[in-house]
Every structure is written in C-alpha cells, then in structure tokens.
Design a protein around this ligand. Structure first.
Ligand code: HEC
Length: 125
C-alpha cells in the first residue's frame, strides 16, 4: 500500500477504480482528462464555458486569454503561458503555482498520470 493512496482515492474515486480496472493498460491522457478536468473544462474553441474556460489550443497560449471568460485577477496578472512545465506546475498544486487563483482543484493523479494528461492536452486543437 503506497502511503497517501487512500487519500487520493477519496479525492478521485473514479480515477482509482479506473486505475485498478486497467492496471495492465494505464489510463490514457484522454481518459485522465475525462475523469479529472472535463466536468469543468470543454475542449476546442467551443464557447461552451463551464465552470472553467475551454482548454483547446492551449500550447503556448498566454494564461487567461479566453474571451468573455471571467478569470481571477491572480491568473490574469500571472504573466504565465502554457507549456508542459507550466501546466505541470499548475496542475500539481494550483494554489502554490498562482496563489489566489479561482481553480478550486486538488490534483488526485500521480505525477506520471499528470504528465501523461498534460502531454495529451497540449496536443488538442
Ligand atoms: C472544479 C472545476 C475545475 C476542475 C475540476 C479543473 N479546473 Fe482548470 N480551471 C477552473 C477554473 C475556475 C479556472 C479559472 C481559474 C482562474 O481564473 O483563476 C481554471 C483554469 C485552468 C487553466 C488556465 C486556462 C487559461 O485560459 O489560462 C488551465 C490550463 C486548467 N484550468 C487546466 C485544468 C486541467 C488540465 C484540469 C484537470 C486535470 C482542470 N483544469 C480541472 C476550474 C477547474
């Protein structure tokens, strides 16, 4: 039993169940996105603003640039742009990365899963 595993299970029961069910083939970046992000973020340039802004075309995009989405001041003033290192820092711990941001999210994924998800997400148009 890996310490902390149980805590993560509480945070993302579905991610743990999926991980257990597919131990031979770990969940793909897309599956991880569906589990951890889709409830708040759409893809593509859909004006479908959920709780969070749409995440299509994220690679090299400046932070807080989706039109008509009301970002926090913290994210707007961050000066960040989205590449794999910034995305991984953001997802691992949003509150440390950019204090006072409005993404109310605790990452339930392992570092490897987060990396796979991030690599997949940055390829989406
Ligand atoms: C509970 C809802 C929620 C979940 C779940 C969530 N986010 Fe977010 N996300 C937000 C909100 C709200 C913002 C806007 C934050 C702000 O304005 O400070 C945001 C902002 C972002 C941004 C910045 C976008 C931009 O235009 O600059 C990225 C990148 C991002 N989220 C990625 C993710 C990824 C990847 C996941 C899944 C691992 C995820 N988020 C899960 C709510 C969520």
């Amino acid at each position: 039993m890996i310490p902390g595993r149980q805590t993560r299970c509480w945070l993302a029961m579905s991610a743990c169940l999926l991980a257990a069910a597919t131990r031979a083939a770990p969940p793909s970046g897309e599956q991880l996105y569906d589990i951890a992000c889709l409830s708040c973020h759409s893809l593509g340039d859909a004006a479908d603003h959920r709780v969070g802004p749409p995440l299509g075309g994220l690679l090299n995009r400046k932070a807080a640039m989706v039109k008509d989405y009301r970002y926090s001041e913290a994210l707007s003033a961050s000066g960040w742009s989205w590449t794999l290192p910034t995305l991984l820092a953001w997802l691992s711990d949003p509150d440390t990365a950019i204090p006072n941001n409005a993404m109310n999210y605790v990452n339930p994924l392992t570092a490897g899963e987060t990396q796979r998800l991030g690599e997949w997400l940055l390829q989406q148009p």
